[in-house]
Design a protein around this ligand. Sequence first.
Ligand SMILES: Cc1cc2nc3c(=O)[nH]c(=O)nc-3n(C[C@H](O)[C@H](O)[C@H](O)COP(=O)(O)OP(=O)(O)OC[C@H]3O[C@@H](n4cnc5c(N)ncnc54)[C@H](O)[C@@H]3O)c2cc1C
Length: 318
Amino acid sequence: MSNALWVLVETRDAVPTDAALALIAEAGRTGTPVEAVLVAAEPGTVAERAGAAGASTVHHVPADGRDPELVAAALAALVAEDAPVAVLAPANTVGAEALGRLAAILDTGVITEVTAVQVADGVVTGTKSGYGGTRLVHCQVNGGLPLLTVRTGGLPAPAEDGPAATVTAHPAPERPARTTLVEFLPTAGDAAALEDARIVVSGGRAMGGPEGFDVLRELATALGPTAAVASSRPPADSGWVPVELEVGISGKKVAPDLYLACGISGASQHLAGMSGSRTVVAINKDPQAPIFTVADFGVVGDLFELVPAITAAVRARS
Ligand SMILES: Cc1cc2nc3c(=O)[nH]c(=O)nc-3n(C[C@H](O)[C@H](O)[C@H](O)COP(=O)(O)OP(=O)(O)OC[C@H]3O[C@@H](n4cnc5c(N)ncnc54)[C@H](O)[C@@H]3O)c2cc1C
């Protein structure tokens, strides 16, 4: 059995995502050796970047890493050769589905949406929010190989000062027959940015329509490329923004450094998607709005006056 934590590394245009590199560094903070698993046509720059972030080895499987069924099959074949201490993946669409499938293949448990990982005496524990975002809980897998999806938005960027990792080549998995990925459709640009964003500017029903989100996009643009726009459920349900921008129990789970909730009341279903955020700032006209109970900083006022003023202040500083 390998004594390492395995981290599933995703790439965009053959470059590892910031989320994957941050997850390698988070795994390294447990004091356990870290190895990366890359499912992609070519290793690209992953050996250098993953090594610099703290991985000693990159297990390279030449297959389409955007297909969760292939990723699960690749991981299952690797685990059969050399089982790790645990497998970690970013808590995004591919990571969640791939580890869910892997759990079914290996008959083990998967802990989803964790915000921190600990390893003590070989036992892996994931910290996650529970009970609608009102509590933090520690979870462990009983018996089988622990699988964990990790929210990466709030993880610090790695130092990237380590040596390049060794690349170990593995054969492509046999294609599982249950599904065929026919075509990748483009997602909204906003949606692609949300999962890795360190700042999330989120709007609720108070935005009033699609054009209401313009003030949030202007603020996100002023804050720079690490900022992205999100929404509560009503704007997504009403078609004001793409459904991929919805945050909550039935939407995306985000854990950025800063979550700015604008005109969002703070329903438990929404809190479940953003309670892992490091700092929450809320703007709401109603001083009794429940969002203020979870906010680190609250501003009672009209978002259509306050948000443009914040944007102007950010632009003035930069
Ligand atoms: C099964 C289920 C799943 C759900 N899943 C989700 C989910 O994943 N995500 C989610 O978000 N919701 C989800 N919901 C819906 C959830 O219960 C709430 O209805 C929803 O979150 C409310 O959205 P909101 O805060 O934008 O709107 P509202 O609750 O209507 O709040 C709007 C807020 O804006 C404030 N406001 C109005 N005008 C202004 C202004 N000009 N300036 C500043 N503040 C202003 C108001 O004071 C109010 O607090 C789910 C519900 C169910 C039943």
